[in-house]
Design a protein around this ligand. Structure first.
Ligand code: ADP
Length: 405
């Protein structure tokens, strides 16, 4: 059987894709279709063997994007792509999905049911799955949920202190996201540390979206994002946690609807809102280095809030053996790692600043002093690889003969 999987991450206006072999970290093919369902010209980018090609996407919708991927695979025989199945990233699995599943009618209905708490994401995922089902015939499809890894949180952590009736009737609670990344990092850590099953870890996934997670014996016990990814850390364009009353103050003061005010907290806040320059950490680091005090303030606030949330979720751990940085910022910004660790000295976290400054890009590195009790790691995340592995695992399981046959 082929071991290649097409991984699809379908958003409302973009569709990211990659073909992975299931073992290698490097995708055979990857790309993105952008500006879908937009009045502007949509286009699709393919990267294969170090070569990049960008072309216009006639039709400009999800159907056209999936069709273009299929056509590329068909036309580029030398790439020798033979798919075993398709893995779909799904943002919200609510309380219905605590692990990856083979997609069937019941699963599609479940993803649809969760759309009330993920109105921007889940409808787009359903569109992507249905389109891929239509165009890729009988290939099996697997859904991998961002929320699934955090379904192990206990009620005292996932409930909001609001009337229980709201949880009972509407499932309003903390779900947490970035679960595929946390599970991947946790598996990597299990390979690095033989006693990981008895250990505790904090993981900071710092990208454009950012969150933290406390893990005990490989299981998520607390995380910073909530019913949506807006809660928790300050992010690229998201405010993170703040006094909820502010939402109504903004709406009244600026004469906006609740949704418009929420849009400000999701799209115009965070690093972008404070710096008034960019949501991009690298751009802000360059600005800060040339004396931009507002960029410096944004970076300081980002680090401070990340440290606060790490300390907060650590209250669910009985000890701490590992702190891991991952995501675009966590993996690449020595400045942010250093500022966060400086604020976590009370937890016993110490960084080797020389190692922190000189780590090779894209590799697993330990950046704590050699004898440190708490190991501080950089572990590059790879959500696509885990989606591909889950997809292969479930396909293999579904075709294994049962013990009675
Ligand atoms: P997403 O949440 O979109 O997946 P990523 O994990 O790709 O985000 O992270 C994007 C962030 O990583 C951006 O803010 C970018 O500036 C930051 N980043 C990438 N490389 C560097 C670097 N060398 N130094 C500082 N920040 C970096």
């Amino acid at each position: 059987m082929s071991h290649q999987v097409l991984v699809i991450n379908c958003g409302s206006s973009s569709l990211k894709f990659a073909v992975l072999g299931g073992h290698s970290n490097c995708p055979i093919l990857e790309g993105i279709a952008e500006r879908l369902d937009s009045p502007e010209q949509s286009f699709i980018t393919f990267k294969h063997n170090g070569a990049k090609s960008v072309s216009a996407l006639p039709g400009g919708d999800h159907q056209a994007a999936v069709g273009a991927i299929k056509e590329w695979i068909h036309n580029n025989k030398s790439a020798a792509i033979q798919l075993a199945g398709i893995g779909h990233r799904v943002v919200h699995g609510g309380e219905l999905f605590s692990e990856s599943v083979i997609v069937d009618e019941r699963v599609l209905a479940g993803i649809e049911q969760c759309a009330n708490i993920a109105p921007l994401h889940n409808p787009a995922h359903i569109k992507g799955i249905k389109e891929a089902q239509k165009q890729f015939g009988k290939l099996p499809h697997v859904a991998v949920f961002d929320t699934a890894f955090h379904q192990t949180l206990s009620a005292d952590q996932y409930l909001y202190p609001i009337p229980m009736r709201l949880y009972r009737e509407h499932h309003f609670r903390k779900y947490g996201f970035h679960g595929t990344s946390y599970r991947y990092i946790s598996m990597q850590l299990a390979e690095l540390s033989p006693t990981y099953g008895k250990q505790n870890a904090l993981i900071a996934h710092l990208g454009n979206g950012a969150s933290v997670c406390a893990i005990s014996g490989g299981v998520s016990v607390d995380t910073s994002m909530g019913i949506t990814p807006l809660e928790g850390l300050m992010m690229g364009t998201r405010s993170g946690s703040l006094d909820p009353s502010l939402l109504s103050f903004i709406a009244h003061a600026e004469q906006l609807s609740m949704d418009e005010a929420l849009n400000i907290l999701n799209k115009d806040s965070g690093l972008k809102g404070i710096s008034e320059k960019s949501n991009d950490c690298r751009t802000l680091e360059m600005a800060q280095a040339s004396g931009d005090t507002q960029a410096d303030l944004a970076l300081t606030m980002f680090a401070s809030r990340a440290a606060k949330h790490l300390a907060s979720v650590a209250t669910n751990l009985e000890s701490l053996e590992h702190l891991i940085f991952t995501g675009g910022i966590g993996e690449n910004s020595a400045l942010i790692r250093s500022r966060i660790c400086q604020r976590l000295k009370t937890l016993g976290i110490i960084l080797d600043e020389t190692k922190n400054e000189s780590v090779p890009r894209g590799e697993i590195s330990c950046i704590a002093p050699i004898n440190a009790v708490i190991k501080v790691w950089i572990i590059p995340t790879n959500e696509e690889l885990l989606i591909a592995q889950d997809t292969l695992h479930l396909i293999n399981k579904s075709i294994e003969p049962s013990p009675n046959t």
